[in-house]
Design a protein around this ligand. Structure first.
Ligand SMILES: NC(=O)c1ccc[n+]([C@@H]2O[C@H](COP(=O)([O-])OP(=O)(O)OC[C@H]3O[C@@H](n4cnc5c(N)ncnc54)[C@H](OP(=O)(O)O)[C@@H]3O)[C@@H](O)[C@H]2O)c1
Length: 157
């Protein structure tokens, strides 16, 4: 089984890469900064390079969520895709559009490439921030945070 992990350098993605390598999978991870790829000793990715199995089964590739071609390259020929890359900030301009477009790019590229399974993360912040919802109700994909409430409380600026 071969897998791609978007945003491989990130917090959760790094753990997924570690787990995949420990289970003998081949992993392809995406990063944005090409300098990281050129210099294997760059401290920004040394935690990935030092993982057991990384020397033979981890390939790092440059990809940006907003560049569909780079995402196509990242997922081509893969059985599975873990989509973790996301701008993590409280600035909606920097976060919302790139996240939505990036997720659509990943899903469309995976569909075109015949990827068997895509796993993606979102945030509890996208669904749970609504004072009018009963706190005992289990939130799911039908629930969305209340944008006005987020703005009033400055959860989202
Ligand atoms: N951490 C948590 O506790 C938590 C909890 C629930 C949900 N989540 C969700 O899980 C996901 C990952 O969270 P995280 O905490 O692991 O994030 P993180 O450490 O900030 O990692 C995010 C990664 O996304 C990459 N990225 C950002 N913008 C990109 C773009 N335009 N194109 C390509 N890559 C881009 C960054 O890549 P570079 O390395 O190239 O900069 C970074 O490595 C997010 O969707 C987050 O909302 C996180």
């Amino acid at each position: 089984m071969t897998n791609s992990v978007t945003g491989a350098r990130g917090f959760i993605a790094s753990w997924i890469v570690k787990d995949l390598l420990e289970k003998d999978y081949v992993a392809r991870g995406t990063v944005r900064n090409p300098a990281i790829l050129i210099n294997p000793d760059d401290p920004k990715n040394s935690h990935l390079r030092q993982l057991d199995g990384a020397d033979t089964r981890l390939q790092l590739l440059k990809a940006d969520l907003t560049n569909f071609g780079s995402i196509q390259s990242a997922v081509s020929g893969r059985d599975g895709v873990f989509h973790l890359a996301s701008p993590v900030t409280d600035d909606p301009v920097q976060m919302v559009d790139p996240s939505i477009q990036g997720t659509l790019n990943v899903l469309n590229a995976a569909l075109q490439a015949g990827v068997r399974r895509v796993v993606m993360t979102s945030s509890i912040g996208a669904v749970a921030m609504d004072l009018h919802r009963d706190p005992n109700v289990v939130v799911d994909e039908s629930c969305w945070s209340n944008l006005d409430y987020c703005k009033e409380t400055k959860v989202l600026r």
